[in-house]
Design a protein. Structure first.
Length: 669
């Protein structure tokens, strides 16, 4: 089977549908922290006066990097040991209604970008941009398969290469306002973007035992968008087109003794036309949108015995509509409602395929079944001001999904929710929320059409009956002028009460806390902390009934400080520190030798900087950044750990990375 980068569902998978058990995925990345509540107002310009001429800053950075692992590029912007050079700029020009803008960040390093804009205010604007992005999975992965022009050749000599992806993104956009030429408020826009991706990523195949190898990547994605906007005093409308085309330059991969053992991602394209409008009538607002699209995948297929076709004539037509209304009934009460309809009509070709039973042909033929999906969503909400500073919100959401030829052809999700916002208490704001939802639907059937090898008791988690409860609370407190505290907590429980085999329960809980102290006019400190726990329970039945408990934990801690005003207001010092930790443990009952191991990762990231104003226009900055990163995944095996497996080696990480940068900036006044 092929996979596609562009479609949310693979066309071939939709037609040749086979049952798979539900999977639970979690992002164990340790370089993410919740910083949305940090007070950054001190860094924003409150009363900026823009005059004609040039203004902004331009500068350059020169530094050195010492990293044990190229994975450090994800944090430091460059993974190359030794000297690095980058250009930074934030420039603007304005004169007689014409304006231009240029921005650059770490241009010349592995991860950097530049963007240029120019135009005349309320008339036209042109922008172009380029961005380089490199993400590294592992350096010096071991492989015994050498790739050359579509052939994976086994070798006695182990080859080491980097599992990284290099993206080169470029784009150009244009906007034009016709208002000065016509009596209508008419404007238009168009934009084209291209992304070229190269490198290697980990992949697996069966030949006949499991083989892990470095899959070559060389692909291009083009995106085009254009539209016209027409507006009046109380209304706004837009007609737009969006299209994309994916081109994979790597063909199917073969082994010397077997052709086309690994199918390349097929070329595909998608097109979409939409019409949207909004109208305001007194205290009411009405809006709507209609979208029609088509996704096409017509790529040659890997040829094998029993395959009657050369090319897959895959096509999915999509249609969606959205209607929304909101009205203020009184100065206390506001009502709102919306309706969404989405349809995916799989119009791919239908063929007869010979059916196999184990290693012999049964003689029977069966057709692939194109799957269609239809979704309808209705939402209603009300907002009522109980008193000054007290507002109560409540709503009801309903979603119905109809699937053709699935284990469950119809599901209904219902949810009621409420929120309470309190702003009446001096220096304190409070927000509370409560949600309860349930999912049911038609009979769940694992029949011969959908999955004749699936246990009749198994339930896929996205189709199974479920009761969901969610709660959250948040408080923001400013007890003193120099102290701000934000605290939030949340809890969610998914109970799959009708599932005997599959996911039976999932719980999530956590908190986030942020503190900001402005101890003096030049000295400020912030601190953040957050934890999350996700507990999941599953049951299975193979040779015997078994149960698993999955425990995921995440921790983020941060501390930072800024002191300015030293040396006659010329020197600013700063520090930022972040610790992130994630852990996943899977317990199997009854336990046995093949039980899953743990996943564990942590990261220490620290930066120190000092900036000195040489003059009102010139500044120099010295910055030091450090990262300590470690992860271990029990699924990673060394190349010689199991003679029945061919792996990429133990590609866990354990490294230290240092970066020292000297930057110079010049301000245009």
């Amino acid at each position: 089977m092929r996979s596609t980068k562009l479609f949310s569902l693979n066309l071939i998978t939709l037609a040749l549908f086979s049952a798979t058990t539900g999977a639970i995925a979690a992002d164990f990345g340790v370089q993410r922290a919740n910083t949305e509540n940090l007070k950054t107002a001190n860094y924003q310009c409150k009363r900026c006066v823009i005059t004609d001429g040039y203004f902004g800053t331009v500068g350059a950075s020169v530094g050195v990097i010492d990293a044990d692992d190229d994975h450090g590029v994800n944090q430091l912007g460059s993974g190359t040991d030794g000297a690095v050079v980058g250009v930074n700029a934030d420039l603007a020009y304005q004169q007689s209604g014409y304006r231009a803008k240029a921005q650059a960040h770490q241009l010349g390093m592995d991860n950097g970008f530049i963007s240029l804009e120019a135009g005349k205010r309320e008339h036209y604007q042109l922008d172009v941009g380029f961005q380089s992005i490199i993400t590294n999975q592992y350096r010096n992965a071991q492989t015994n398969l050498w790739h050359n022009n579509g052939m994976l050749t086994p070798s006695e000599h182990t080859r080491e290469l980097n599992l990284d992806l290099q993206r080169q993104r470029s784009g150009i956009g244009f906007e034009y306002d016709f208002s000065e030429l016509t009596a209508l408020e008419l404007s238009s826009y168009a934009r084209f973007d291209r992304e070229d991706k190269t490198g290697h990523r980990s992949a697996s195949l069966m030949s006949p035992s499991p083989v892990n190898f470095a899959e070559p990547v060389d692909e291009t994605t083009d995106k085009l968008g254009a539209g016209i906007v027409l507006e009046g005093d109380n209304w706004l409308s837009e007609l737009s087109y969006h299209g994309s085309h994916y081109d994979n330059k790597v063909s199917d991969l073969s082994l010397p003794y077997s052709d086309d053992v690994y199918s390349a991602t097929p070329d595909n394209q998608a097109h979409q036309v939409s019409l949207s409008a909004q109208y305001r009538l007194a205290s009411s607002v009405f809006s709507g949108r209609v979208v029609s699209g088509r996704m096409i995948q017509d790529q040659h297929l890997v040829q094998m015995s029993g395959n009657p076709i050369q090319n897959w004539d895959g096509q999915v037509d999509t249609f969606s509509s959205h209607l929304m209304a909101s009205t203020r009934v009184s100065h206390r009460l506001r009502l709102g409602a919306s309706y969404d309809y989405k349809q995916r009509d799989n119009r791919s070709s239908v063929f007869d395929f010979a059916q196999y039973e184990y290693d012999s042909m049964s003689g029977a033929f069966k057709q692939n079944i194109p799957m269609d999906i239809e979704r309808q969503t209705f939402k209603a909400n009300a907002s009522y001001r109980l008193a000054s500073g007290y507002r109560l919100q409540a709503g009801y959401d309903y979603k119905q999904v109809d699937r053709s030829y699935g284990e469950r052809e119809e599901t209904q999700d219902s949810e009621v929710w409420s929120k309470l916002n309190i702003r009446a208490i001096n220096k304190l704001t409070l927000d509370f929320g409560l949600n309860y939802g349930s999912r049911g639907g038609s009979d769940y059937q694992a029949n011969a059409l959908t999955s004749d090898e699936t246990d009749s008791l198994m339930r896929k988690y996205h189709l199974a009956d479920r009761n969901r409860t969610k709660m959250h609370a948040r408080a923001s407190y400013i007890p003193l002028e120099w102290l701000t505290v934000d605290v939030s907590t949340y809890y969610a429980n998914d109970d799959y009460n009708a599932t005997e085999i599959g996911l039976t329960q999932a719980k999530s809980r956590g908190y986030d806390a942020n503190v900001h102290l402005q101890l003096s006019e030049p000295f400020s400190i912030y601190a953040l902390a957050g934890q999350q726990w996700i507990d999941s329970e599953q049951s299975g039945n193979q040779s015997a009934i078994w149960y698993t408990d999955i425990r995921d934990q995440f921790v983020n801690l941060g501390l930072g400080a800024t002191y300015c005003g030293l040396m006659e207001d010329k020197l600013t010092l700063g520090m930022d520190y972040l610790f992130a930790n994630s852990e996943s443990n899977t317990g199997v009952s009854p336990s046995h030798a093949d039980s899953y191991g743990a996943y564990y990762a942590y990261s220490h990231s620290m930066s120190l900087y000092g900036q000195y104003l040489i003059s009102p226009k010139m500044a120099v900055k010295v910055a030091y950044q450090y990262e300590r990163y470690f992860d271990t995944d029990s699924a990673m095996l060394s190349a010689d750990s199991n003679p029945r497996l061919i792996t990429l080696g133990d590609i866990n990480h354990n490294y230290n990375a240092h970066q020292l940068m000297l930057s110079f900036s010049y301000k245009l006044l």
